[in-house]
Design a binder for this molecule. Structure first.
Ligand code: 5GP
Ligand code: ZN
Length: 119
């Protein structure tokens, strides 16, 4: 039993709309989507931030990034044959950056024009 929301989703204790899964990575739709595609990609193992994950297990960070790329391809954000697809990978670290769940996650956002700089 853990109080980490995403660990509980990995354990199947809380339902998730899973779009991609490997033995070490899980990707599921955000409950409050900010774009037509808004998927969260996480390592199944708990690490609090992307920096902590990079230090502890850089190959797992690579697998999470591959998971984000796979999701983007599945969602038609990489090459849809003529239009101009694209996507953004975001990871927030710390309260001021907007991190609310302290289990590292990559947001994969796409399906609409995304402005820059972010808010
Ligand atoms: P953060 O604010 O930490 O960068 O991102 C956390 C994300 O988790 C938010 O975009 C939020 O909508 C999403 N989220 C929070 N609770 C749940 C939940 O129970 N299920 C899913 N699928 N997403 C959630
Ligand atoms: Zn966790």
């Amino acid at each position: 039993m853990t109080d980490c929301l995403f660990c509980r989703m990995v354990a199947g204790e809380i339902p998730a709309d899973v779009v991609h899964e490997t033995d070490r990575v899980l990707a599921f739709r955000d409950i409050n989507p900010q774009a037509p595609t808004h998927v969260l990609v996480i390592p199944k193992q708990h690490h609090p931030t992307v920096g902590a994950l990079a230090l502890a297990d850089p190959s797992l960070l690579g697998e999470v990034v591959v998971g984000a790329q796979t999701v983007a391809e599945q969602e038609g954000l990489v090459d849809d044959g003529g239009a101009e697809p694209g996507f953004r990978i975001v990871t927030n670290t710390g309260r001021q950056a907007g991190q609310t769940v302290h289990h590292v996650h990559l947001h994969v956002l796409g399906g609409r024009g995304l402005t820059w700089p972010p808010g």
